[in-house]
Design a protein around this ligand. Sequence first.
Ligand code: IFM
Length: 465
Amino acid sequence: RRPLNPRKKTMNSENTYPPGFLWGAATAAYQIEGAVAEDGRGPSIWDTFSHRAGAVLRGDTGDTACDHYHRWESDLDLLVELGVNSYRFSVAWSRVLPTGAGPVNQAGLDFYGRLVDGLLERDIVPMVTLYHWDLPQALQDVGGWANRDTADRFADYAGIVHRSLGDRVPYWLTLNEPYCSAFVGHLEGRHAPGIRDEATAVTALHHLLLAHGKGVQTLRADGVTGQVGITLNLTSVRAGSEAPEDVAAARRLDLYENRMFLDPILRGEYPADARAFYDGVTGFEFVHDGDLETISAPLDYFGVNYYERHAAVADPRDPARGWAKVPPAEPTISGISVEPVGLKEILHRVADEYTTLPLIVTETGQALFDYVDPEREVNDAERVHFYRSHIEAATEAMNDGVDLVGFFPWSFMDNFEWAWGYGHRFGMYFVDYATQERIPKQSAHWYASWLREVGAREPLSALRA
Ligand code: IFM
């Protein structure tokens, strides 16, 4: 166990956040932009997948989404109204490179240039995710993440975006949640590209991590001045009982959900139990000499998305390899539990066991079936409770010495929630998809008052003065 980062911070019982603490909000391109066929954008795997019958609830697609591509200026004004000092968004690879490689689509790149400038004009720090699941379809057509070349195509794309925005973007994230891209997309098949094959999923995982490493190397070689990181969705896993078979099941679940990602990126190796777990599925032939060195290229910060805490028990149907998750007592509409302590556990774990890098909570949030009441208000008291309790949990970790430097609720506004479509609302702003009106929910009002209380925008104005 490594000691916690001993860096001293000014802290008191009223939770003084370090100067420059990022208080933000997060979104992703395909979930909000719409305009899928405009200004030269090429199709991505999510365009294809969402149009496949039965793939997304009610047949929802991201074709129009929140129409943010056209409404970005008024959306940025809402961020000012909210009072954030930072905004996390993603770049759509197929807007910049419609076929994933080859000629740059300048109109697509320019959109993100305007967005970054618009944020800076409003004193909001941009945090750019380079890949939030929307692989150009043309790359899928030649194997997608199962094809090693895709990692090189990602590195080229990262360089193109960096050369265009690098002078103005202080925070970069290579990938969002490679777990979902690899396992939800290639093993469960619930996400694009909708494949259900374990060997392909593990191969995709490796190539995603390789893309991350190569992307970091490209940005470094190009002289990146901003900070470079990656975002993992980590879960807090514990055994449902002390029985050895449950403890072993929890360890396997932790391997699958966490360690397969944390270990290669932060330790430069796959976990010791990975080969035995995947025995008969893959022999890891896809790992070439030097890959793990690339994958563990040094980072400047580390992003944590937190949604789930699990108690695992042995799965009677597959006691040697499987696990079962103890069903939550009070499941949310997503079927998971609300357990803020899991966020504290994860932040501690990453800081205790893996890295002294500064950590940022790049997402956390709760889906609800929100509605506008007759007073034109959206009463999402549960989400207010969710944010408050998760900020508290993260703050406790910070007060314990974890080097936490930012917090981004998911999400700024309601959006296309992947296979769940538009029914699952995660936003602080309600989006009326018929009119594209944005209505601040109670959670937006609460977050705005919290941001005023902690002086979220003060450090930035202080820096400016
Ligand atoms: O909407 C997603 C986001 O794209 C990635 N992290 C989890 C969110 C909620 O499911």
